[in-house]
Design a binder for this molecule. Sequence first.
Ligand code: CA
Length: 240
Amino acid sequence: MQPSTDAVCLLPAQVLRILLIEDEPALARNVVDYLQLCGHHVDYAADGKHGLFLALQHNFDVILLDLMLPRLDGLSVCRQLRTQGSRHIPVLMLTARDTLDEKTQGFYAGADDYLTKPFALAELALRCQALARRSQPDAYTLDIGPLRLDRRSHQAWRAGQLLQLHPLGFQILQMLAEASPAVLSRQQLSERLWPDDAPDSDALRSHIYLLRQQLDKPFDWPLLHTVHGVGFVLRVPESV
Ligand code: CA
């Protein structure tokens, strides 16, 4: 007898940040439990409006989106995500409906893949992996530990949380991320931030201070370190 595929949870090749938007509690619980068992991080929203809010605030690898949802339907969530999102996050539509017309609508709204209920959890997990692999971080994104930078949108996230950065704060962070684990001196930073005429050294100091408020203060350990007499470095502890 063949074992049920749902009983098998292969260890993921890549740990994913997944958002599930689904209003049916029993199905949602099964999906969340299974994907967590596979080692993925899963966030959950029970209606379309909350789901869209989470999708725009955090940096997910894959979004699992039910079609029939309270407050905002799945097609609308997908369309708004595509117009408002800073990057293309793969969307897998989950639905009980299985007509070609509805699938077509889903793809027009910007979905990347489609799975009809009832589905095997193992297949769902495999499709998540495949979707995430297809949209691997490209040359525009840069990952260092829990930090992700998007060079196109000039946005940065730590542990999935969008950082509210001043444009110069983002530039400093990008330079340090590109140099990491090397240290950048104050002079190197100043020359690149203000190539024509560097303001006094307090300007750099205050931008570093503001950057730390967003990048490190809300979290358990600092990414940005001062190397006394030299400059600054981004460093991820080995245990993380
Ligand atoms: Ca539903």
